[in-house]
Design a protein around this ligand. Structure first.
Ligand SMILES: [Zn+2]
Length: 406
């Protein structure tokens, strides 16, 4: 594939495609059509996802209305309580939070949510955006099922500028009104197989959904283009190991597609390796390889980079992407990405734009990933153990909400 063809994939799908939406499905169909040009067949594998439509979201502080978006999936409320700026979720800050509507300037993930529940807060207000940019976009957040596990609470999101105003004016009393319709919908993984000599297979993953404010080109049509690039090569060049290309749905909603896939023992039992692409091929930035496997893989990738003269920062860790559910099942996993400064290449906002993407850089990055993939696919025995080192296991357990890291 040529650089202009890679850019065309980004251009063709540069629209908001949130998990479970008709737009996400439209992109799934595009991928099906695309791989058919290589003589490959793509299956859509549906999985259930919670859906919601906000019909009313209001926040007032001391009688003044603040623009906000409601948390999807959080339920319906009309609640009034003192407002409290929760600077951190340390015991001292949390001691003052009981019964309050707390204002946070951080992401509420699994453990933070548990802290808020335990502290007995009345609800929470998060914020996004920058004081220094002209847009006043307010992101559409979600109270995720695996985070609340049935214990839901009122929540809205506001712009950072309003958060600062509330703190400066020492806001006293807040009211949240939230109304929404909720139902169960479907998202899809798009699965393409290239059989090899054995059933054991390598899983290539890249998510194709976006967040609400973003057309998701860097994050992650770039990774999607990378999978198509490799699928084209391997369609003509089958290998010792079987290869599976998995375009994941609803990654931005908490890795839901990869989690649904990895929940099946049948899916995962023959998987020897996961190669994940998420945010790659940007004109700017440095290449990274985040390895969730034994340290041997870090050394292997570093040596290969030196051999090919390709800048690459390889390290052991976990990547907030579809590689993580694979690693959780003890499948050696690696995420390849090109990290650019956020002030040059945005994501999850309106600044994830085509202008900073590069067909030439995508091609160069994909050639490197392909070089690694070819070595792995042609090997006669898996190079890396199907087990997680202790340091990675602790990070996985913390990230996925199994066990909190000290
Ligand atoms: Zn992503």
């Amino acid at each position: 594939m040529y650089p202009n063809e890679l850019m065309k994939i980004l251009e063709d799908n540069a629209y908001v495609r949130t998990g479970g939406s008709p737009e996400e499905l439209r992109c799934a169909h595009y991928l099906q059509d695309y791989v058919s040009k290589f003589g490959l067949n793509a299956q859509l594998q549906p999985f259930d996802v919670p859906m919601a439509k906000i019909t009313r979201a209001e926040l007032t502080v001391d009688g003044v209305s603040i623009p906000c978006t409601g948390y999807l999936g959080a339920g319906n409320y009309d609640v009034e309580a003192p407002i409290y700026y929760l600077r951190d979720t340390d015991p001292i800050s949390l001691a003052n939070a009981k019964g309050k509507l707390v204002l946070l300037d951080s992401f509420v993930g699994y453990w933070k949510y548990q802290d808020l529940l335990k502290a007995g807060v009345a609800g929470y207000i998060t914020c996004n955006g920058s004081l220094f940019l002209s847009d006043r976009d307010i992101d559409q957040k979600e109270q995720r099922t695996y985070v609340h596990q049935g214990n839901r609470m009122p929540a809205v999101n506001i712009h950072a500028e309003d958060a600062v105003k509330i703190v400066r004016s020492q806001g006293k009393l807040a009211r949240i009104v939230l109304e929404q319709e909720e139902w169960v919908g479907q998202s899809h993984n798009v699965v393409v197989d290239i059989p090899g000599e054995v059933e054991d297979y390598i899983a290539f993953t890249a998510h194709y959904d976006s967040t609400h404010l973003s057309i998701g080109v860097y994050d992650n049509l770039s990774g999607v283009a990378g999978l198509l690039y490799m699928a084209e090569y391997f369609a003509k060049n089958p290998q010792h190991y079987s290869l599976r290309f998995l375009f994941c749905g609803s990654e931005e909603r908490g890795l839901l597609g990869a989690k649904a896939y990895c929940a099946s023992e049948e899916n995962i039992q023959n998987c020897i390796l996961n190669i994940n692409l998420d945010m790659i091929g940007c004109l700017m930035g440095k290449f990274i390889s985040c390895v969730s496997a034994e340290e041997k893989m870090v050394h292997y990738i570093s040596a290969m980079s030196a051999e090919l003269g390709f800048q690459n920062d390889a390290y052991q860790g976990i990547y907030s992407s579809d590689s993580t559910p694979f690693a959780d099942k003890n499948v050696p996993a690696v995420s390849f990405a090109r990290n650019a400064l956020r002030s040059m290449a945005g994501y999850h906002d309106r600044y994830d734009i085509l202008d900073v993407m590069s067909g030439e850089q995508m091609q160069a990055d994909f050639e490197f990933v392909l070089a690694f993939a070819k070595r792995m696919a042609a090997a006669k025995h898996p190079l890396f153990a199907r087990e997680m080192p202790e340091n990675i296991r602790a990070k996985l357990d913390n990230y996925l909400g199994h066990k909190r890291m000290k």
